[in-house]
Design a protein around this ligand. Structure first.
Ligand code: FEO
Ligand code: CA
Ligand code: CA
Length: 606
């Protein structure tokens, strides 16, 4: 028995009420540790927090600098042309260039080579097809370009004249697109629901798309997580009956503007009804083997995956924490069947295991419920891997306010998840009809601003059934609201933000929060400015704004150089509504960009 409670135990036993009486009466609001004015980061990274702004550039604190590393359409090989601001590229040029809308990313270093692996989540059609009168795809080549805007880019980077730069023509450079062959692994491999005309075995699919956030395994592979996969399918038969499963995953008859089914019939669910069952997974990629076939790991379930935060538990089992980003969907945990040996060539831990879903209680405890035929009443493990949402509904898991990134504290068994916002909380059930009551880690009705929940596994064991939880921060606007919408005690007029999304710890235990929210800077969001990145202390709960992105961007994706002196930050969809020319300025097309952030004194930044 420990004599002194840890910081975490103190936080969960001492109530920090949100500002305002309405909030104070809400059960389950437990703020972070000591609140107060935002600190300027830890001593090793002291910085003056910056003010919110609506500028069309990147803002970092005094003493720091940034430069663009790579943007949508930059060639990865010298046989591809430079980005063409008139045409915005062709199918052929895009297949040889950095994809669009960079999202989650990781850096891998081996034998002196550094590979930046980046998800290219989607494409803003008004920008990428802005050369067309319709501002959408009009030709088969437009669809080919669109499919190559998506997927994953592997790009070697190297330090040149004091800056990290892409290595053109590196043998490691690779584009993975919506047409790249994939191997389907795990429990759903070969299941009837995965069989198609072109793949009667149900073991090989084509492509990955809408890869949102990511993960990195200790054996050196990259995890690209398929999120809104449903939006690319449509039906040539307007009367095709939609199954409950298609409805739960949001697949509809009407094309949403990508037009992929017009050029590639596998996206037509009237002709190929099982194709949607082959997307919505976590895809494992070996970055140092450009000829390798990416593996869809069905053991990690099928839903609108955000990221995959991989932790090796003390007992050697590999744990992946996984969010399903849709209003009222769930938070999951995968536990491998076998322990990982610790050897780099032991690479199948994600092949078999058990997926669990989180149930949070209002008293600050919770448990992971295994999804098995016994607990769910569903026929088989393969069916649970394919229809994971229905399995989670069957056990009565807690409907969440859109789980985005999960991040595990490298210094102690403690895990955080961004719950970005949920306008339907307390108002509308999720797509499966599950109620979304106000309470627990989802404490506010019609949640505008979002919050970050954290939990500590019982006995420090990531494979344990139980955990205790609290809310690390409840975002809000204390300058506009005096009730629960003001946020928790560690939010003030100087550091306020909305819609936490990206979340990552640096090696030193600093927590970085990236936002994807309302950037109007008006009304409920007055004073929030553009989307941003904040540094937080997991110990004190202090939060300070470190970076503001350009107009209409989302800040998403974060990793570091091997020496930790450069931080790579993703800026997605600047100008999605037409008000940015970042990064080129002038009359250039706005382009999603990965930037490098450094300290002027050359010190570490993570
Ligand atoms: Fe692609 Fe949930 O963000
Ligand atoms: Ca996200
Ligand atoms: Ca988001």
């Amino acid at each position: 028995m420990s004599a002194q409670p840890t910081d975490f135990e103190t936080a969960v036993t001492r109530r920090y009420f949100m500002k305002g009486a309405a909030a104070a009466s809400t059960i389950g609001i437990i703020g972070a540790g000591a609140a107060g004015p935002a600190s300027a980061g830890p001593a090793w990274l002291a910085f003056e927090p910056i003010a919110a702004n609506s500028l069309d550039t990147v803002t970092v604190p005094d003493g720091f600098a940034w430069y663009p590393l790579i943007s949508w359409g930059d060639p990865l090989w010298s046989d591809a042309p430079a980005f063409d601001h008139e045409t915005r590229g062709t199918g052929a040029s895009q297949e040889r260039s950095f994809g669009d809308n960079n999202d989650g990313m990781s850096l891998f270093t081996q034998g002196g080579n550094s590979l930046l692996v980046v998800n290219n989540e989607y494409t803003n059609r008004k920008i990428s097809h802005g050369n067309r009168a319709s501002q959408g795809p009009e030709t088969d080549d437009d669809v080919r370009k669109s499919k190559a805007n998506h997927g994953v880019s592997v790009v070697e980077i190297a330090m040149t004249d004091g800056r990290w730069m892409p290595v053109l023509d590196s043998g490691f450079n690779r584009r993975i697109t919506a047409d790249t062959p994939m191997e389907i692994t795990g429990p759903a491999r070969g299941h009837d629901l995965l069989k198609t005309r072109d793949d009667p075995s149900g073991t090989r699919s084509l492509g990955t798309w809408n890869n949102c956030a990511n993960g990195q395994t200790p054996w050196g592979t990259y995890l690209a997580c398929e999120e809104n996969f449903h939006g690319y399918f449509s039906s040539s038969d307007p009367d095709l009956p939609l199954t409950d499963a298609l409805k739960r995953y949001g697949v509809k008859h009407k094309d949403r503007g990508y037009g992929w089914a017009t050029a590639d019939e596998r996206f037509d669910i009237a002709r190929h009804p099982n194709e949607p069952n082959r997307a919505g997974y976590v895809v494992e990629i070996d970055p140092f083997d450009p000829a390798s076939t990416p593996k869809k790991r069905t053991a990690l379930g099928r839903f609108k995956h955000e990221n995959a935060e991989v932790v090796v538990a003390d007992n050697g089992h590999v744990v992946a924490y996984l969010g399903d980003d849709e209003r009222g969907e769930f938070l999951y945990r995968f536990v491998s069947a076998a322990p990982w040996s610790g050897a780099g060539d032991d690479r199948d831990a994600l092949e078999n295991g058990t997926i669990h879903v989180a149930e949070f209680s209002d008293d600050g405890t919770g448990r992971w419920i295994p999804l098995t035929p016994e607990t769910t009443g569903m026929d088989s493990a393969p069916l649970i891997a394919i229809h994971t949402r229905m399995a989670a509904s069957a056990v009565g898991a807690t409907t969440m306010d859109r789980p985005e990134w999960v991040a595990s504290n490298p210094h102690r068994p403690e895990v955080y998840c961004c719950l970005t916002n949920n306008k339907n909380r307390g108002k509308k059930p999720n797509a499966g009809g599950d109620p979304t009551p106000v309470g627990g880690p989802n404490p506010r009705p019609e949640n505008l601003y979002g919050q970050i929940v954290r939990w500590r596994p019982d006995n420090g064991d990531h494979t344990a059934e139980g955990f205790s939880w609290d809310l690390f921060v409840v975002a809000g606007n204390p300058a506009v609201h005096g009730d629960a919408r003001a946020g928790s005690a560690n939010v003030d007029a100087a550091n306020m933000f909305n819609s936490p999304d990206g979340l990552k710890f640096d090696d030193r235990g600093g927590l970085w929060i990236q936002t994807d929210g309302n950037y109007s800077n008006e009304g409920d969001f007055a004073g929030h400015g553009n989307n941003q990145m904040l540094h937080a202390s997991a110990d004190s709960g202090a939060i300070a704004r470190f970076l503001v992105g350009p107009r209409e961007c989302e800040v998403t994706g974060l990793c570091w150089s091997p020496d930790r002196k450069t931080m790579f930050v993703g800026l997605q969809h600047p100008g999605e509504r037409g008000s940015s020319t970042f990064p080129g300025g002038g009359d250039t097309v706005p382009r999603s960009t990965v930037i490098a952030v450094t300290r002027l004194d050359g010190g570490p930044i993570g």
